[in-house]
Design a protein. Structure first.
Ligand code: SF4
Length: 279
């Protein structure tokens, strides 16, 4: 059941242009800030991020247990924005969940859609399931990475749900805050977008304990064996007890290629030579 909040919905208030007043990344020593916040709670880091960037920061929401980020933002009492990539291939349950989250928190999620011409060209030339034959990179590039690039041209910072325990091969060293090594910001240029990975040091178990404690509504797919990383319907499957959650993504491919490109910086840092490149 959706847990109603007392606050009045401010849907349209949330969808306003990003202000160009945020602190330039180069003006802050984010390596030092990451060290200072390494042992801080996710709530404290979220509060810091929202305080610093105001309307110029957005939570990247995938429709999975990263709803914890929205709950943390809500708990700060500060206004916040949420965006999501609608690839057009998500599960029906995820769309329902998006709707429930909007109602629960009184927000409008700012969806980013793929370019219709690019999707049309891909599907007409290679069919609807090309990723099963020649890898997921091309489809992810069209449906996820390019829309994310467009999304990140606007805010100066984004908040991710990346955790070290999600992918020991590619996410084991992510700091709680960093200048994004891949995506370009409004000024055009690497180094103008800041990532806040406030649950980097939290385990999957810790996230779920938080969600249960706070009685947060979650995606109904979780009760069907989807532990985390719920992505597109054709490319995500439930995992068995004891299997790592990443086993449920692109299982027909080599394990090292199982990043969609949204967090390519992790791959570049960890294994530039062998990793799949996306875009
Ligand atoms: Fe395409 Fe699968 Fe990537 Fe979704 S996860 S964008 S369907 S390859």
């Amino acid at each position: 059941a959706v847990k109603p909040l007392n606050a009045e919905p401010k849907r349209n208030d949330m969808i306003v242009p990003f202000a160009a007043t945020a602190i330039a990344p180069e003006a802050e020593d984010y390596e030092q800030l990451a060290k200072d916040l390494e042992n801080a709670s996710p709530l404290k880091i979220m509060d810091k991020a929202l305080e610093k960037f105001g309307n110029d920061i957005a939570i990247a929401f995938s429709g999975a247990e990263d709803v914890a980020l929205i709950e943390y933002a809500h708990l700060t009492g500060r206004p916040f924005r949420v965006f999501s990539l609608d690839t057009g291939r998500l599960n029906p349950e995820t769309y329902r969940f998006f709707d429930a989250v909007e109602k629960q928190y009184g927000i409008r999620i700012e969806y980013m859609f793929p370019d219709a011409v690019e999707v049309q060209a891909l599907v007409r030339s290679k069919g609807l399931f090309s990723f099963c034959e020649d890898g997921h990179q091309e489809c992810c590039r069209v449906r996820k990475v390019r829309p994310l690039r467009r999304a990140l041209k606007r805010p100066r910072a984004w908040i991710t749900g990346q955790r070290k325990d999600q992918s020991p091969g590619t996410r084991s060293e992510i700091p709680v805050v960093q200048v994004d090594p891949v995506f370009e910001g409004l000024d055009g240029g690497i180094g103008s977008v800041v990532n806040w990975n406030l649950v980097a040091n939290v385990s999957g178990v810790g996230i779920w304990n938080f969600l249960r404690t706070m009685d947060v509504t979650v995606n109904s797919l979780h009760s069907q064996g989807y532990i985390s990383l719920i992505g597109c319907e054709p490319c995500t499957r439930p995992v068995l007890p004891g299997q790592h959650e990443r086993e449920g993504r692109w299982w027909w491919e080599d394990a090292k290629a199982r990043e969609c490109g949204l967090h390519k910086g992790n791959i570049m840092k960890n294994d530039a030579a062998n990793a799949a490149t996306v875009d």
